[in-house]
Design a protein around this ligand. Sequence first.
Ligand code: SF4
Ligand code: SF4
Ligand code: SF4
Length: 345
Amino acid sequence: MNDNIILPKSVVLELTYKCNHKCLFCSCPWEAKEEGFYHYEKGRELSFAQWKKVLDKLNLMGVENISISGGECLMKDCLIPLLAYVREKNVFNIDSDIVLISNGLLMNEDYLKAFKKYNVHLSMSLPGLTTFKQHTGKDNAQGVLYWFKRAKEMGLSTTANITVTKINYDELYETIANALIAGADTLLLNRFLIGGRGITYRKELSLNKKQLTSLLDIAEEVLEKANRIGSVGTEYPLCLIDKKKKYKKLHIGSICSAAKDFFVVDPSGIIRTCNHSPKKIGHIFNEDIITDKDYWNRFAKRDYIPNTCVMCNEVNKCDCGCRETANIVYKDFYALDACLNERVI
Ligand code: SF4
Ligand code: SF4
Ligand code: SF4
């Protein structure tokens, strides 16, 4: 049993290390290759039989909501049988969609039919239009837009998942607009965070403070025109948000949800607090699945507030951005978010 550990109700299952994109911003920790940062050793990927055991265990531990990612989860051969297993067991929250995060390159009609059958909410990444290939290595922006359109026609709910970087910032308005016009129901914006392969490209991709503020205005404007809603998934320091402005369509997260609202099982069963985190803190098949409780509790109990923020009036609703990134960049959980420092090393 996990003494003192309360597991969140939601989990992200990283089904595979494999991916057919090579995104410059990819934060998967096993893609980190830069000297002087961290190295994340890949393990042996779990089989279908083992993933079924993972689901059984998560169910027993009270987890209700499942998201599936990778790598690229369409490259995992047991993806559809696993979706069927989740639904056949009928134990996870049946009112909750399974959120599936894909880059869309292998998408086809059969996948969409299966996603409809198993109540999957499809989140597809669209990191730019003209800059899509520059980010991912594959020229498939039109393919992603096509699958948003087909998903809409088939009655699936979808999210356009856009990582905003210095490279695609200038076409953010058009990227969001095209995704919504194609049929995406909602928008998930992620500001580029340094981690994984993105460590190597941190100077090319990191947004400055002005861009970080303006991108919120751009997103709000498109969402307002389209009468849709969206959210910013990568937490913002509230300092960056003009208090006088009201964002009615865009929800902006400012508290880290790692170990509070969700946690991650990697392709080999390793537990992490968040998909961005490179820290292995346990294994799903251990009796005590979280072995590094100090690391877990740092996030679960918000024991990571920078000294400069402790006296701030907003500290109960602001984590000063991403604490994991502060630790990756400055080797200090208590450092300011790199976007406030503008000291990208
Ligand atoms: S960000 Fe996603 S699609 Fe891009 S390389 Fe990483 S896992 Fe693949
Ligand atoms: S807690 Fe820190 S980052 Fe957040 S608003 Fe206050 S000073 Fe800014
Ligand atoms: S550590 Fe927290 S703030 Fe950073 S990416 Fe993960 S959930 Fe978001």
